[in-house]
Design a protein around this ligand. Structure first.
Ligand SMILES: N[C@@H](CCC(=O)N[C@@H](CS)C(=O)NCC(=O)O)C(=O)O
Length: 198
């Protein structure tokens, strides 16, 4: 199998953490800049996005959630997503974390616009506010503490470290001190340490 990824992508990081944590062998990790529109990536994922997991039969899995569910269910015994029996609220907590990843990456894209004058203060504020509200919700609901290791925790840690990496100005710890102290413990999780972006 081949995983198209980049070090900086928080979505790809979630997948790489899970591969390491579950000790899944046989995946070649191919460092890929999605913006370079490489033929291999576009062939595997017409959206041109990473992460994308190409299976040995040539078929491809994307986006990150599908890859994560595949790894956990087919190769890892299904423990990270847990027994899902209609736990719609828990599913929504996962959607919250994914949506925050989307806001964090969109905020980064906004900041990377070539000309400063083209950056939108409206969208910048909207993405920042969504992130801060999301963090407050996680803080108030204690959503970072689950009885056993969950995919929520892994993706939340990847999100928070991405905020530190790309959006230090957001000062997210001010609105979510309990989440911050949870991360201070969780950051030593071995698979997380192995996948730190430079
Ligand atoms: N919903 C997708 C989002 C993936 C995504 O946006 N990846 C970014 C890198 S962090 C990317 O490939 N961007 C290139 C593009 O948007 O064309 C997922 O969960 O995998």
């Amino acid at each position: 199998m081949k995983l198209f990824y980049s070090d900086a992508s928080p979505y790809a990081r979630c997948v790489r953490v899970v591969i390491r944590h579950l000790k899944i062998d046989g995946i070649d990790e191919i460092k890929t800049n999605p913006l370079a529109n490489g033929e291999d990536l576009l062939e595997a994922n017409p959206l041109g996005k990473i992460p994308c997991l190409q299976l040995n039969d040539g078929s491809s899995l994307y986006d990150s959630e599908v890859i994560l569910r595949y790894l956990d269910t087919e190769l890892g015994g299904g423990r990270l997503f847990g027994i899902r029996e209609s736990n719609w609220v828990s599913e929504s907590h996962f959607s919250l974390i994914k949506g925050m990843l989307d806001s964090a990456v969109a905020l980064r894209q906004e900041q990377m616009r070539e000309e400063e004058g083209k950056r939108s203060s409206f969208w910048t504020a909207r993405f920042e506010q969504a992130l801060l509200r999301g963090l407050q919700r996680i803080e108030q609901g204690g959503l970072m503490t689950t009885p056993q290791l969950s995919i929520h925790q892994i993706c939340l840690a990847c999100l928070l470290e991405y905020l530190d990496f790309r959006h230090a100005d957001l000062k997210w710890r001010k609105v979510a001190p309990a989440v911050a102290s949870w991360l201070a413990d969780f950051k030593d999780f071995p698979a997380l340490k192995m996948t730190q972006p430079d």
